[in-house]
Design a protein around this ligand. Structure first.
Ligand SMILES: Cc1cc2nc3c(=O)[nH]c(=O)nc-3n(C[C@H](O)[C@H](O)[C@H](O)COP(=O)(O)O)c2cc1C
Length: 373
């Protein structure tokens, strides 16, 4: 049996969350919400991903307040209306798929909010184009030609903390098994962490302790209200000299562990147009390995892990405890089936689909037959 398809127990205060295998669907924005509300597209997309044979599906970056959306089409969880829409579409999708853990990625885009969808160019939108004023730790734009965000006041910090806490409470009501706090890719919490974007002189900026203080405070506040698995997605490095580094991440991962984190999901980049990312197969795995070794936290590796054998190798080498795929599963929404077949293992699948298993894949759905619905 491969390591990839051995069940994994993710810790949580309410007891371990048993995942049927060790690969996750990574969060992927769909830019297809209406006023923050999930739509039919989400229902279709989630049912599709929940039938991929993954151990956990992480829902896209979900904004905790309207002005924290990356784009006008981003998903939200900030009031009863957005909560009801998420409930309706997610519950229907879950009913159409094998039992699979679901995690929501809670997010605030900070200075990278108010932007066009990638297929419309991704540029910052003016109010005339349907955009809104943005806020960030410091009044520094992401790109030199952009309108700068306004610097967040203490009241803004309190408001956004309350929004994250309320979204965590709504997530619990929705029956979500896990929450991933988005502190990666140049969005609000990463903007606090990185010296490239945080130049505050108060206690929320300055040295490492100051820059990590607000993201840690948010994590602690969410931990108090959510007893499912709670983890953090980090950009382990800015890939810019003088930026947030792997050592900074390792230190913060240790702090998060002490604060009760259940997992850490290791990505990179997104804070600066000066970044130089050595993109290639497995290009972020060494970052996961460093963070795992330093913190002892259950660690998710992500980034151009596309083949079953690669995923298996990452786990066997002890680089990470879990792997996540984004583009690979958009391209092949049955990635888990194919990986199980390649490694001689089995996945859960809906009975209606069992007859498709090719002869050479052997008992790819056997596990589903004997154990799962
Ligand atoms: C369409 C798309 C949407 C994405 N949206 C998010 C997101 O909502 N939150 C996030 O943290 N990363 C997001 N990402 C990044 C992925 O989660 C992942 O880290 C990245 O694509 C590298 O993994 P891959 O090589 O398997 O695609 C997105 C990526 C894609 C392709």
């Amino acid at each position: 049996m491969s390591v990839l398809f051995i069940p994994y127990t993710l810790p949580s205060p309410r007891g371990g969350l048993v995942l049927s295998n060790r690969w996750w669907v990574a969060p992927m924005c769909q830019y297809s919400a209406q006023d923050g509300c999930a739509t039919d597209w989400h229902g279709y997309h989630w049912a599709n991903l929940l039938n991929a044979g993954a151990g956990m599906v992480v829902l896209e970056a979900t904004a905790v307040e309207a002005s924290g959306r990356i784009s006008p089409g981003c998903l939200g969880l900030w009031d009863d209306t957005t909560e009801a829409a998420l409930r309706q579409h997610l519950h229907r999708a879950r009913a159409l798929a094998p039992a699979t853990a679901v995690c929501v990625q809670l997010s605030h885009a900070g200075r990278k909010a108010s932007s066009a969808a990638p297929w419309d160019g991704g540029a910052l939108l003016s109010p005339e184009q349907g955009g809104w004023p943005t806020q960030a730790p410091s009044a520094l734009p992401h790109l030199p030609n952009e309108a700068p965000p306004s610097e967040m006041s203490d009241e803004d910090l309190d408001r956004i903390e309350a929004a994250f806490v309320q979204a965590a409470q709504r997530s619990a009501r929705l029956g979500l098994e896990a929450i991933e706090l988005h502190a990666a890719h140049g969005y609000l919490l990463h903007q606090f962490l990185s010296p490239l974007s945080n130049q505050r002189r108060d206690r929320w900026g300055g040295d490492w302790a100051g820059r990590t203080a607000y993201p840690t405070r948010l994590f602690q506040a969410m931990r108090r209200v959510f007893d499912g698995s709670l983890g953090v997605r980090v950009s382990a490095t800015d890939w810019v000299d003088g930026g947030w580094s792997v050592d900074d991440t390792c230190r913060w991962a240790h702090t998060l562990r002490e604060a009760g984190a259940d997992f850490i999901h290791v990505s990179s980049g997104g804070i600066s147009p000066l970044q130089k990312i050595p993109v290639g197969p497995l290009y972020q795995v060494h970052l996961a390995r460093a963070v795992r070794a330093a913190s002892g936290l259950p660690t998710v590796a992500v980034g151009l892990i596309t083949q079953a054998e690669q995923a298996e190798q990452v786990l066997q080498q002890g680089d990470a405890d879990l792997v996540a795929l984004a583009r690979g599963v958009l391209y092949d929404p049955r990635w888990g089936w194919h990986a199980a077949a390649a490694l001689g293992d089995s996945v859960q699948a809906q009975t209606q689909y069992w007859r498709c298993a090719p002869r050479e894949a052997g008992a790819v759905f056997r596990h589903a037959r004997i154990g799962m619905r």
